[in-house]
Ligand binder design. Structure first.
Ligand SMILES: *[C@@H]1O[C@H](CO)[C@@H](O)[C@H](O)[C@H]1NC(C)=O
Ligand SMILES: *[C@@H]1O[C@H](CO)[C@@H](O)[C@H](O)[C@H]1NC(C)=O
Ligand SMILES: *[C@@H]1O[C@H](CO)[C@@H](O)[C@H](O)[C@H]1NC(C)=O
Length: 411
């Protein structure tokens, strides 16, 4: 995948009016791709549940002060059945790496697959770096180097990890970590108390972008490989959403507060509240939409879905699917409708997960713990494919907007 980056800088001056309108748009657009790889034996759900458990474990370790400086448990995307990857160049001349886009961790590192090549822009720091993820890890040396997003925009002196060894990252070269910067705390040694500015932080402090925020757009797709994702640094791409963006503050509820956490309630159909207002997170590294076990029981009781052993997902017959109601995600005063179609795994990909073509497999699944954990849902990619999402570091908030694909009948 060769990404093209557009650094657009639009100056519109309407000379004839007394007060010229000046529109400046400093947006960096980084295309990314979705790859469904189910040749491994792993179930989508198992991977997502392991990730959810790792988020909770990270919170527990943090709360009890038992995080070891040399082995911080973070929650990156690894061994994924479905991955979202972008091409990122490092060095000059640049080596191109295929990196997982992860809002659930914040270290950016390379070298799991393609080897890092030191060039004139590479500077080795005195720090070693180590991150332990849910079911993988990497360790190596922290460098500063020039990072190129796509083919155009370069960021000088970005701090990046270079893996000397890693585990659990087949088919990718590392992670582009775009979670909150505090998640990098404790990953360096001997500088254990330092945080590592993320790519977004760096672009912002260098004034390349004028807002410390990220926008993510991805159209729902029925292909195993699709290239229609777009990550924008520095603002939102108004061509990718409809209406306005509704923002909600980062939740104060621990441990969701460590991540891109929000308060939300979920209703099935017109009146069945399956999850009362509670905290959870928005996460690009989770494929499905995960909800607390008690909420999930209410959901399947209402729609009649039963467990399918082979896929690990719950399934509906075609007749049951016809009666499936929308799920409403209520965030602040706004309600985001996940249609029946959006709750279905793309049927053209059913056989890839071991399913049959006649069943409908639900992308809403059990998070593996009852509500009240402080992390009661994950709005993963199955949600993010239907709503534009904004991760606003400067204002500590998350935003959603509808897109032309919110109600598409793609699946
Ligand atoms: C797909 O998964 C298999 C098994 O985990 C792995 O060996 C392979 O490298 C993966 N391929 C890609 C393109 O991710
Ligand atoms: C979120 O919910 C918690 C628990 O009800 C509440 O204390 C908090 O004020 C809410 N809002 C935010 C922004 O955390
Ligand atoms: C479903 O799972 C149960 C319990 O693990 C097992 O006994 C049964 O054989 C499985 N059925 C199928 C069709 O795999």
């Amino acid at each position: 995948m060769f990404a093209t980056t557009v650094l657009s800088y639009v100056l519109l001056a309407i000379a004839v009016t007394a007060n010229p309108i000046v529109v400046r748009e400093n947006l960096i657009r980084l295309p990314f791709a979705k790859q469904v790889n189910l040749t491994g034996a792993s179930h989508v759900l198992k991977i997502d549940q392991a990730r959810a458990a790792a988020f909770r474990a990270f919170g527990q370790a943090k709360a009890s002060g038992s995080l070891k400086s040399d082995a911080v448990i973070s929650v990156g995307v690894q061994n994924q059945a479905v991955t979202y990857v972008a091409s990122v160049g490092v060095g000059s001349p640049a080596t191109t790496f295929s990196l997982l886009i992860d809002t659930g961790s914040s270290n950016t590192w390379v070298g799991a697959g393609t080897a890092y090549k030191q060039t004139s822009t590479s500077t080795k720091t005195k720090d070693s770096v180590s991150v332990t993820y849910g079911s993988g890890e990497f360790s190596g040396t922290e460098f500063t180097d020039q990072v190129t997003l796509g083919s155009g925009l370069t960021i000088p002196k970005q701090s990046i990890g270079v893996a000397s060894q890693s585990q659990g990252f087949d088919g990718v070269d590392g992670i582009l970590g775009i979670g909150p910067v505090d998640l990098t705390s404790g990953t360096l040694s001997p500088d254990t108390s330092a945080t590592i500015p993320t790519v977004t932080d760096n672009l912002f402090s260098r004034k390349t972008i004028t807002a410390n925020e990220i926008g993510i757009s991805f159209e729902p797709t029925t292909q195993a490989v699709a290239n229609n994702g777009e990550l924008t640094f520095g603002g939102t791409d108004s061509s990718k959403f409809t209406g306005s963006i509704s923002f909600t503050p980062i939740t104060t509820t621990f441990p969701s507060s460590l991540f891109w956490g929000i308060n939300q309630s979920i209703r099935y159909g017109s009146s069945n509240t399956i999850l009362s207002t509670t905290a959870g997170i928005v996460d690009t590294g989770t494929t499905l939409v995960l909800i607390a076990s008690d909420a999930f029981s209410k959901y399947t009781k209402a729609n009649g879905a039963v467990l399918d052993n082979t896929t690990g997902l719950f399934k509906l017959t075609t007749a049951q699917f016809k009666n499936l109601q929308s799920l409403f995600f209520i965030v602040g005063s706004k309600s985001f409708e996940l249609t029946a179609n959006a709750q279905a795994w793309p049927r053209s990909l059913n056989t890839l997960i071991g399913g049959t073509t006649t069943n409908v497999y639900l992308i809403v699944a059990d998070i593996g713990a009852n509500s009240g954990s402080g992390l009661d849902f994950i709005n993963g990619f199955a949600f993010l494919e239907r709503f534009y999402s904004v991760f606003d570091t400067a204002n500590k908030r998350v935003g959603f907007a509808t897109t032309p694909f919110t109600k598409a009948t793609t699946n």
